[in-house]
Each structure stands twice: as C-alpha cells, then as structure tokens.
Design a protein around this ligand. Structure first.
Ligand code: NAP
Length: 276
C-alpha cells in the first residue's frame, strides 16, 4: 500500500512550469471570472491566484454580483478574448442557476479556454484529437504517469460523469488505451463494476461513499471528491479502510486537489505553446 504525495508532485510540476515561464519572451496572464460569493469558489480562486504568483503568471480577478446579467458576463468574456495580454480565461463554476453556463463557457475563445470546457476543445478531446483536457482530468493522468502506473489494457472504472471531471477523465484514459467503464447515479450494480477495476477514479461528491467492498485488492484508487463533514475535509472514498486494500491511493486533502491547481498552470502554458 502506498499513499500518493500530492504536495511533492505539485511542487515538481510548478517548478517545471516556472522554468518554462522564465524562458518565454512575454508575460502570461490568467483572467478569472467569479460570480457571487460562494465560499468554496472564493477559496479555489485564491488558490489559483497564489499558484499563478508562485510561477510568475499574472492574474486578474473579475467579479460579478450573484444577481448579474448573462449579457454582462458574455460581454466581459468577449472583451477578454480580444485582449492580447490575456492568455487564458477561466469561469469559476458553479454559476448561479439563472445564468446559462453553456453559453457563457462557449463565449470563451478556444485558444484561451484553459479549462478545456468549450464545445470546440472538449470535442477535440472526445474525438481523441487532442490531449488538452480539463485540469482535474489532466491531473488524474499525471498522477498515474508520475506514479508509474501502467494504463494500457487496464480495466478502469470512473465513477461520476461530469464535464469537469468524470467524462474527460474517461476520454483521456480511453485515449491511453485503458478499457473504461463510466459510471453514474443511474448505474446498476456499481459495486460489481468497481470491484473489477485495476484503476478506480471516483468523482461524485459523496463523503466516504466508496468503501472497501467496492475496491479490488491492490487497485489504484484516485479520489477526486472534496467534501466537508463536521468542518473536516474528506473525499468520496473511505480512505482509512480502503488504503489497506489498495496498491496506491490518493488522500483528501493532499491528493488530486493539489495537482489540479498545478495542471491549471500547465494548461496556461500549453495554450500559449499552441498559439505559436
Ligand atoms: P457533479 O457535477 O455533481 O457530478 C457528480 C457525478 O457523480 C454525476 O455524474 C452523478 O451522476 C454522479 N453520482 C452522484 N451520486 C452517485 C452515486 N451514488 N453513484 C454513482 N454516481 C453518482 O460533481 P463534480 O463537479 O464532478 O465533482 C465531483 C466531486 O469532485 C465533488 O466532491 C467536487 O468537490 C470534487 N472536485 C474535486 C476537484 C479536485 O481538484 N480535487 C475538482 C473538481 C471537483 P449523474 O450524472 O447521474 O447525476
């Protein structure tokens, strides 16, 4: 059994990005749009700002009130699309219910879409035409590669099919020649599927939902979930019990979350390289 060290890999990725940023003959800048004052989103945005500052990437936060108009957000994104000094745009999700999230995301120019959520960029990923992927999904792949886990030919179960995490993770792992079962809330006999998985990725937002009964002996378990229970952060996996059974497991906190932020920095760099 091994517990993945998210901090160590995050530091390594960040130092690699910082080196690359230094070599560029222009400044990179991330613009983040934040609507409302959701405490979790506020925290994620602060983490992104700090990560950018650590590697020498400029950061701009554009705030909108919770009750803002769709047209104003769209207009702002169009302005950011035109600004040459803005290399990457991210809309912090979730957005308030009255806004049309799909329209807002698709307003981002694909060459500034750092989260790979526009139809254009996500479509390329789904067709296997590009490895550019949403940061958390890219992070899952990075963790497996850094931990020298073979992917080709392996049975993978991804639990959760959101556009942000589960679905792109399934696409990336399929592209890397795994055989992927993509599971969700309507999946029947989930345990039967997850128990066969050599690699189990869980992103459902249900604290400690995955107990050891769901896990194959010596499986690799990647816990994407971030939940707050009684003021403490935990994942979607019952870490203490499952770690005894797994070959490798990612802790929460200190696992995937650490890597997601560093993959955001890497994606900013990748967008810049693709423009050349
Ligand atoms: P989401 O959009 O709410 O999607 C949840 C997914 O889980 C849905 O596909 C849902 O199925 C599925 N699901 C829910 N209950 C289930 C069950 N009992 N059995 C099987 N599938 C079930 O959430 P998300 O944005 O993907 O986030 C998932 C978790 O990851 C959250 O805890 C979030 O905070 C965390 N997260 C972490 C990071 C990170 O960097 N570590 C990044 C993003 C998100 P249906 O599609 O059928 O509804």
């Amino acid at each position: 059994m091994a517990v993945f060290d998210g901090k160590a890999l995050a530091m390594l990725i960040k130092s690699q990005v910082a080196e690359e940023v230094k070599k560029l003959n222009k400044k990179l800048k991330l613009a983040v749009i934040l609507v409302g004052q959701n405490p979790a989103s506020e925290l994620y945005v602060r983490n992104k700002e700090k990560a950018c500052s650590d590697v020498g990437i400029d950061f701009e936060l554009i705030r909108f009130a919770e009750i803002c108009k769709q047209a104003d957000v769209v207009k702002k994104i169009k302005e950011l699309n035109r600004k040459p000094e803005v290399s990457a745009i991210l809309v912090q999700l979730p957005l308030p219910k009255h806004l049309n999230e799909r329209e807002i995301i698709d307003t981002i120019s694909p060459d500034k879409d750092v989260d790979c959520l526009t139809q254009a960029n996500f479509g390329k990923l789904a067709l296997g035409l590009s490895d550019f992927a949403p940061c958390t999904a890219a992070g899952v792949l990075e963790i497996l590669k850094a931990s020298q886990i073979a992917i080709q030919g392996k049975r993978v179960a991804v639990v959760g099919r959101s556009a942000l995490v589960g679905l792109p993770t399934a696409h990336l792992l399929t592209k890397n020649n795994a055989t992927v079962a993509l599971c969700h809330s309507k999946t029947q006999k989930l345990k039967k599927i997850t128990k066969k998985a050599d690699i189990l990725v869980v992103a459902i937002g249900k604290p400690k939902f995955i107990t050891k009964k769901y896990v194959k002996k010596h499986a690799v378990v990647i816990d994407v979930g971030i939940n707050k229970v009684d003021g403490k952060i935990c994942g979607d996996v019952d870490f203490e019990k499952v770690k005894k059974k797994a070959h490798l497991i990612t802790p929460v906190p200190g696992g995937v979350g650490q890597i997601t932020v560093s993959m955001l920095l890497k994606n900013i760099l990748l967008l810049n390289l693709e423009k050349k």
